[in-house]
Design a protein around this ligand. Structure first.
Ligand code: NAD
Length: 296
């Protein structure tokens, strides 16, 4: 079977030959408008790449020409991802690691450098909802776990990637959420919301620190997305602390009850990583069909 990726690459090769025969002004005009295989030659790291938003993003980045390191806690998922990337004609590297573990993240980044010799793009995506419960019920250990995966995991991902991104410039996208940035009515989701709010502060701190090295970093804040995140969600007695609210037309003004697809998220992440976003850094962007404006 000739894959979509292969056909795209073939078309790209033909276009390259045609491109070389054009005049300089015509070439620069084409360069400006081209959206073809924009990530060729780049190496990307996507954490939490085995499911949902991370998976869709890893596949899209590979389709756009990047070599993709697909990192996930679950080895079966990293293996499945690299096989899928290869089936589509791309190049992937599976990395089983816990984003909250400094040693494992340092080693994972070292493996990317051993394998491909560079790192240009990072998607700090791995995250869990963790335990959502009234404040008296959340244990200190549960609080630590949510913060460790969502916030420390982002810190470790960016920390170990930074020396390599600085070499030739690069771009980072951090997965925050509407929770903790615009929505404060998911009572019980306190640890999650605090981690997601802190990820935006982290993004802004990093934007200034890394700007002189031509490394951009932005955060995106999704509303509901149809993924497997409920696997990593434990709700305990939240109904005791929640205000009962009903949205007759559904909580997402743009679609009613229909959540975003992981592919819609991947498109925004791709845009922010690409040169089309070359002047955007230190910004958070909501992608939620206006859910957060309604729910607040
Ligand atoms: P998902 O559960 O479908 O996928 C997350 C992946 O991360 C899984 O493959 C899981 O194995 C992996 N993972 C979990 N803990 C890890 C760890 N410690 N180290 C490495 N990998 C780990 O979730 P998703 O919905 O795709 O969520 C991705 C990100 O988007 C998260 O940061 C989440 O907070 C954020 N987000 C999701 C939604 C939503 O509605 N799904 C909304 C807003 C924000």
């Amino acid at each position: 079977m000739v894959s979509f990726y292969y056909r795209k690459r073939k078309r790209c090769q033909t276009m390259t030959t045609t491109f070389a025969s054009l005049s300089r002004p015509a070439q620069s005009n084409l360069e400006r408008i081209s959206t073809f295989m924009q990530l060729t030659g780049k190496v990307a790291l996507v954490t939490g790449a085995g499911s949902g938003i991370g998976r869709a993003t890893a596949l899209l980045l590979a389709q756009e020409g990047a070599k993709v390191a697909a990192l996930d806690l679950r080895q079966d998922r990293t293996e499945e991802m690299t096989a899928t990337i290869a089936e589509n004609g791309g190049e992937g590297l599976g990395l089983a690691a816990d984003v909250a573990n400094a040693g494992e993240m340092e080693q994972a980044v070292a493996r990317i450098i051993d394998h491909w010799g560079r790192l240009d793009l990072v998607v700090a995506n791995a995250g869990i909802n963790g335990v959502w419960a009234p404040i008296e019920e959340i244990t200190p250990e549960e609080w630590d776990t949510t913060l460790a995966v969502n916030l420390k995991g982002t810190f470790l991902t960016v920390k170990y990637a930074t020396p390599h991104l600085k070499k030739a410039g690069g771009a980072i996208v951090v997965l925050s959420s509407v929770n903790g940035t615009r929505i404060f009515s998911n009572t019980g989701a306190t640890a999650y919301s605090c981690a997601k709010a802190a990820q935006v502060a982290f993004t802004k701190m990093m934007a200034l620190e890394l700007a002189p090295h031509r490394v951009r970093i932005n955060a995106i804040c999704p509303g509901g997305v149809a993924t497997n995140i409920r696997e990593n969600t434990q709700l305990r007695n939240v109904e005791q602390v929640r205000q009962p609210v009903t949205f007759h037309n559904g909580p997402i003004p743009l679609t009613g009850n229909e959540r975003a697809t992981p592919e819609q998220l991947a498109q925004l992440i791709f845009f922010l990583l690409s040169d089309n976003a070359s002047h955007i850094t230190g910004t958070e962007m909501w992608i939620d069909g206006a859910q957060s404006l309604l729910q607040g």
